[in-house]
Ligand binder design. Structure first.
Ligand code: NIG
Ligand code: FE
Length: 392
């Protein structure tokens, strides 16, 4: 059994509240971390560090838990750069472009889809993302939803069945029949490859009755619940997510007072996706309002070819700080521990003995630099399950 000691750490963000400075960030100085068999075996003052087979010198830089990106759509073919350009010239985002990606995804071979998923997974890892949730949702038939999820399981254990992304063209005048397909044969084919089920609950996609029906059968099939809610306008999504005990309500861009209140009294995390507002030139969600109401907030990329083609959690942290009223500490917590809460995970998003050895070493002395130096590649090294992912 080979052990690795990470030492010479300047600022260590543990996310273990009350164990150091920075409130919830649990910042420690002069600490070291011993990694064995992919887990943190020991964490404490460097002068008491146990002997190890190998050493990784953090050179006085900041060390943080790896990012937990709890919302991404990586299984697709094609790109929609022209749609982005049209938006930047004044066109609104409607979600209608999803069908363009569905056509390209259905036509793509397994190898083409696999290559895209792996490329984006690697891209995210290099930017510090050690846990990533990946949704289906661009197949929208039994075969292509199941194969999207099967390919996603090759790179993550956090897979989500999103057969209810939009009603595909061939069912345009029979939405109830499509919901029947999603709840029946499609769920049966998808469930073996999925941990979660999600619905795009929005005008033009699925209404609250459809969303409730789909999530209820998904739950009966053993899947956890998540929901795309209140992205493009006000609606019933957030309160439905809370009512059903979903792990996460995602987007939360257009919230009423009752929506905020419902989230505040619940175990449902509000997952904010500022890459989508950036890329659709829309108003950002008000994170400050949620935090002040004591809602648990997560940040994620929403990486997809239409509304948010970024895999960069540091970019989302910077946007959240600059545009959504979050402090750097709140944004870093939301992008790590918050994402873990949104996935109901206790072994990631935190650095303590027993947790997964998923961490990043910055090219910077503190977590503040993630927002202070936007657009700069600040991730020097990433450990995933204790294994270094970047060249030394
Ligand atoms: O989360 N809102 C629905 N789904 C994606 C967008 C997908 C697309 O435009 O292709 C989202 O933003
Ligand atoms: Fe999404």
């Amino acid at each position: 059994m080979s052990s690795l000691l990470v030492d010479n750490i300047g600022e260590l963000v543990t996310n273990v509240a009350g164990t150091g400075e920075g409130g919830r960030l649990g910042i420690r100085r002069g600490a070291a971390i011993l990694v064995e068999e992919g887990r943190i075996a020991w964490l404490g003052p460097a002068r008491y560090a146990p002997a190890a087979d190998r050493r990784l010198d953090a050179e006085g830089a900041a060390v943080l838990p790896g990012f937990v990106d709890s919302h991404a759509h990586l299984v697709f073919a094609g790109d929609r750069a022209a749609e982005f350009a049209a938006r930047m010239a004044g066109q609104p985002y409607t979600g209608g472009g999803i069908r363009t990606t569905v056509a390209a995804t259905r036509a793509a071979s397994d190898d083409v889809l696999r290559a895209t998923v792996r490329r984006l997974r690697t891209e995210a890892m290099r930017q510090g993302t050690t846990t990533i949730e990946i949704k289906s949702g661009y197949g929208l038939n039994v075969t292509d939803e199941a194969r999207s999820l099967r390919i996603a399981t090759e790179v993550t254990e956090e897979t989500t069945f999103l057969g209810a992304h939009v009603v595909p063209t061939e069912y345009a005048d029979r939405p109830d029949d499509y919901v029947g397909l999603v709840c029946g044969p499609m769920l049966t084919a998808a469930a073996p490859y999925a941990r979660w089920i999600d619905v795009f609950c929005e005008r033009g996609a699925f209404d609250a009755d459809h969303a409730r029906a789909i999530l209820t059968v998904g739950q009966a099939a053993g899947l956890g619940l998540r929901l795309h809610a209140n992205q493009l306008g006000p609606g019933p999504g957030v309160q439905l997510a809370v009512e059903l005990g979903a792990a996460s309500a995602d987007h939360c861009t257009h919230l009423s007072g009752a929506d905020v209140e419902a989230l505040a009294g619940s175990s449902t995390v509000a997952t904010l996706l500022p890459g989508a507002e950036f890329s659709t030139r829309s108003p950002y969600p008000d994170a400050r309002r949620l935090l002040d109401a004591r809602v648990t907030v997560a940040l994620a990329t929403d990486c997809n070819p239409g509304s948010s083609y970024t895999s960069s959690m540091p970019f989302c942290v910077a946007l959240a700080v600059r545009e959504m009223g979050m402090t750097p500490a709140e944004a870093v917590w939301a992008a790590t521990a918050g994402g873990a809460r949104a996935l109901r995970r206790t072994d990631v998003g935190v650095l303590r003995p027993g947790a997964r050895a998923d961490l990043m070493i910055l090219d910077a002395p503190s977590h503040l630099h993630l927002a202070y130096r936007p657009g700069v590649p600040l991730i020097r090294q990433v450990l995933h399950n204790g294994v270094p992912q970047c060249r030394p």
